[in-house]
Design a protein around this ligand. Structure first.
Ligand SMILES: *Cc1c(COP(=O)(O)O)cnc(C)c1O
Length: 353
């Protein structure tokens, strides 16, 4: 039997996708691993998971499951756009910085137009500037506003901010796409309902967190405007995103939704990040870069400190956001891991004083 030694120290705050599968998702995965069931999503697990989404979001939406977030975002944007259209997103948006051009590839060339805004959030004035900048035939026609909730730098859009952006979209005939790779984190932090944070704020499509929330594989796509989902199943199949043994994506999703684990997991990750933030605020060499509102803490640290932490084996990214260090918490982050990191930061800092 192959045994993989567990790491002896929790040496990472790199990403919420470093974690394993949470117990509830794994439990449902194992339950689904009994007998034969119809393939390609024509099974009871997939039906139940889709219905669970419709209940929780209080709307009869179209639900699809794909393997990852890049596929979810890029196929969705491709469904909303013709190749001559454009998508307005934040300059730090995952669709721009971390999907290797997949949205443009999937849409046969729809162009991303980059807007600015503080704290990783689209500034409505800059979005409107991009929408109205040109109306001639030589410029790719703006068709979608894509926003990320929670954002790439761990901040949240309020419902008023969402309404302002979707109001702009409606006014100018654009659709609204929400990259919700960390939607549950935003949801529990906001105290709003899933409906309030999406379709009641005129969001047309949500790409919903699975992997970072506690699944092994699998994101959900919710089309609140069902007409936009026409032929979407064909698009998924053509892109190699139709899982034949679909139950192994949908059953864990049902586990997350039915047991409430998706909310508990997100809440835990947010609380851990809050604790980490609180500890780091007491270290003068470490400066918070963005308001900590979900499960990520973004800090500026001296390069010597970053180097020393890497040397001690800690893993975290420094290329996301504006060159700060990103410290991500997940469903399985522990207080002990945070204390250990903070102790190493304090110890390292004292070396350079
Ligand atoms: C992680 C993430 C995704 C999905 O990435 P995949 O690696 O393709 O699953 C999408 N958007 C944001 C903001 C993310 O952080």
């Amino acid at each position: 039997m192959l045994t993989v030694p567990p790491t002896t120290r929790p040496l990472q705050f790199a990403s919420d996708n470093y974690s394993g599968i949470c117990p509830e998702a794994l439990d449902y995965l194992l339950q689904a691993n009994q007998g034969d069931v119809p393939a390609y999503g024509d099974d009871e697990w997939t039906q139940k998971a889709s219905d669970a989404f419709r209940n929780i979001f209080e709307i009869d939406c179209e639900v699809f499951f794909v393997f990852n977030g890049t596929a979810a975002n890029s196929l969705t944007l491709a469904a909303l756009c013709q190749s001559y259209h454009s998508v307005i997103c934040h300059e730090l948006a995952h669709v721009e910085t971390d999907e290797c051009g997949a949205p443009e590839f999937a849409s046969n060339g729809s162009k991303l137009l980059l807007a600015q805004g503080d704290n990783g959030k689209l500034d409505p004035a800059d979005v409107e500037r991009l929408i109205t900048k040109r109306t001639d035939i030589h410029y790719p026609k703006p068709k979608v506003i894509s926003l990320t909730q929670a954002t790439e730098v761990g901040t949240l859009y309020t419902t008023d901010e969402l309404a302002a952006l979707s109001g702009l979209a409606r006014h100018h005939g654009l659709k609204v796409h929400m990259d919700g790779a960390r939607f549950a984190n935003a949801l529990v932090a906001s105290g709003k309902t899933p409906a309030e944070l999406t379709w009641k704020a005129d969001v047309d499509v949500l790409c919903c967190c699975g992997t970072k929330n506690g699944m092994g594989i699998g994101e959900a796509i919710l089309f609140f405007d069902r007409s936009l989902a026409e032929d979407f199943a064909y698009r998924c199949k053509q892109a190699g995103q139709l899982c034949s043994k679909m139950r192994f994506i949908s059953a864990p999703w049902l586990g997350l939704l039915e047991t409430g684990a998706w909310l508990r997991n997100a809440d835990h990750a947010n609380r851990m990040a809050a604790y980490l933030e609180q500890q780091l605020r007491q270290i003068p060499e470490v400066k918070l870069l963005f308001p900590r509102q979900a499960n990520g803490v973004f800090v500026q640290m001296p390069q010597s400190l970053i180097d020393e932490l890497y040397r001690r084996g800690w893993k975290f990214y420094t290329f996301i956001g504006n060159d700060g260090a990103r410290l991500m918490c997940g469903w399985n982050t522990t207080i002990e891991a945070i204390d250990e990191l903070v102790a190493d930061i304090r110890d390292s800092v004292s070396l350079f004083r």
